[in-house]
Ligand binder design. Sequence first.
Ligand code: BGC
Length: 746
Amino acid sequence: MSAFVGVTSFAQISEIKSSVDRVEGKVDSVLQKMTLEEKIGQMVQYNGSWDLTGPASDKGNKEKEERIKKGMVGSMLNVLSVEATEQAQRLNMENSRMKIPMMFGYDVIHGYKTIFPVPLAETSSWDLEAMEESARIAALESAADGVNWTFSPMIDVSRDARWGRIMEGSGEDPFLTSKVGEAKIRGYQGEDLSDPKTIAATAKHFAGYGFVEGGKDYNSGNIGIRELHNFILPPFKAAAKAGAATFMNSFNTIDGIPATASEYLQRDILKGDWNWDGFVVSDWGSIAELIPHGIAKDKTDAARIAVKAGSDMDMEGGTYESGLKSLVENGTINESLLDDAVRRILRVKFKMGLFDDPYRYSDAGLASEISTEDHLKTARDIARKSIVLLKNEQQLLPLKGDENIAIIGPLADDKDTPIGNWRAQGEKNSAVSVIEGFKNSDFSGTMRFEKGVTLGKGERSFLMPLEIEKEDRSGISAAVEIAKNADKVILVLGEDAFQTGEGRSQADVSLAGLQKELMEKVFEVNKNIILVLINGRPIEINWAAENIPAIVEAWQLGSESGNAIADVLLGKYNPSGKLPVSFPRNSGQEPLYYNHLNTGRPSNPQHVTYSHYTDVEDGPLYPFGFGLSYTSFEYGKPGISSANLTEDGTLTVKVSVTNTGAVKGKEVVQLYVKDLVAKIARPIKELKGFELVELEAGESKEISFEISSEMLQFYDGENWIAEPGEFEAMVGTNSAEVQSIKFELK
Ligand code: BGC
């Protein structure tokens, strides 16, 4: 007889299901008592009734309710508020036989209510502590609203600015992405998942989603096995090690196999080699999508393929609930596959403390503990840290604060775009605009504003296509007029919030609509332009880079955007961000990334017979790791503790960095390594370390990086190995400006 049958009080439940160190025993004891239908139920996730991110199952709310009452639903997504989650949990707990609590998931991608910079922007801070803190706040606000599981961090390495979802990740580098992923997981989950102020994290999308062909969302990925292991999987391995409670699989195929159907990824690597004990949720209906992929003939077939591959929970696909029972009963699949999935799901629920108190996250009291003011302060701080100064000639910046300025551009008074896509409960038009940021500051000059042109128009929402204004030039002359008499022009251009995010890939990543025309017209009358970019992906800004004296990459910075931008433009904060992605000279260069392999024809500018485009200068406009400051930094000559590294030893690379300017500033000192000769082609350089250092004017510091043979390992197609031979260690201010020093691995 089940220990849970007939149990009605939570005190009794918690008595039976107690401390964390006995989780495995408890999981087994629950599992033993479950019927086949109940097991399948745990593997089903239902959507609430809003924020659909794809084709939803046709179930009405009534039918969903009935299934919840029978304990046939393991978790829900998009059910928000203490009341709603409590109500749904009650339906389950008070009616179901086994009384297994549900989890409530939501896309808390860059904040819940307080919105932080979009992840690509936040990564530009290279400030891991700050990123952990924003995740901690996001968790707190989510938990206060009943949500106990986020589908974040997104740790898909992406090299393609065309891919709209590049804004959700940490850019093109696996090492930096790994570090950010770990920080986010720490921030969301804290030390103890059962603490009701923490939420479970999801490492997504496993795997290869950032490598979709042509940067086109949901597309196929033709990824070689070495590429997969060396560039795509490292952040996921780090996330598994950091204890991410769950993983989400992905929509794409890899070499013909949908990730959702990949036994190799989910069973062999994740649950096998990495020995990870959490569960994998499908990406929305990715199990049902095995049908249009053409590898499953119907939902039952899709369920068979996905469960064998190790996809543990079906998000809104309707395949597990309709297919698994008959598959087990007719012997097509072994029930042990379901046991494995359910064991994983129960394990996470035990760790979250849900068996002790299924309502621990539906605590109305938590909301009153939250200081929005403190959270906004943190949001402003991380927003300032995320800004990257790309160009600053003629000392246009920082502003003196008493100039006569013209603020021009469609995004200058936009209170919505800085909130970005994947905005959770961030309210529409709730960001501080650039204009408001200046009004809030101690700027004492005169300020006039003209929008010039409109960017996005019509319905702007998660699901609907965005319309870009391409015709209406009626505001340009007024903008030109105010520019004529201004000391300086602040031109605020970029991308609408809904130009990036899911389903928002673009073939062309240059400034959309009439923005470039506006910029050129303003430039004709006033050359003292500070271009402030608000965007979610790297954009092509060649003309601006050649002509405009000052360029600030401000990204989509969230709730406090305008205040943070004003802080930087007015010199209240000395910019310290560095690009986590390469900026192209032309969309046709994408995918563009610094850590590429050498070809057999790296360079021969005399003839055309080398790897290049004939119509675009080689390389990025701004390289990975690039970013300026209001001060300057000088690097000494790097030194190395030994010319030789043994297999189990370490060596140290040292470099002194001096602030040679007049103000205090921060620098991200970067370490790259190159394997000179290896059995497979290796990247021309790879980031292996970085340190964010703050220096007073005139101050010097010696920065040390330790190198071990483990850091030199690569996947050769079968094994992870570090081959003896010569290496180059490079240190510098960005991926293109480095000084190198050689050493040998013995
Ligand atoms: C996205 C995921 C997201 C899920 C749930 C999917 O369409 O690809 O990243 O977590 O929806 O909203």
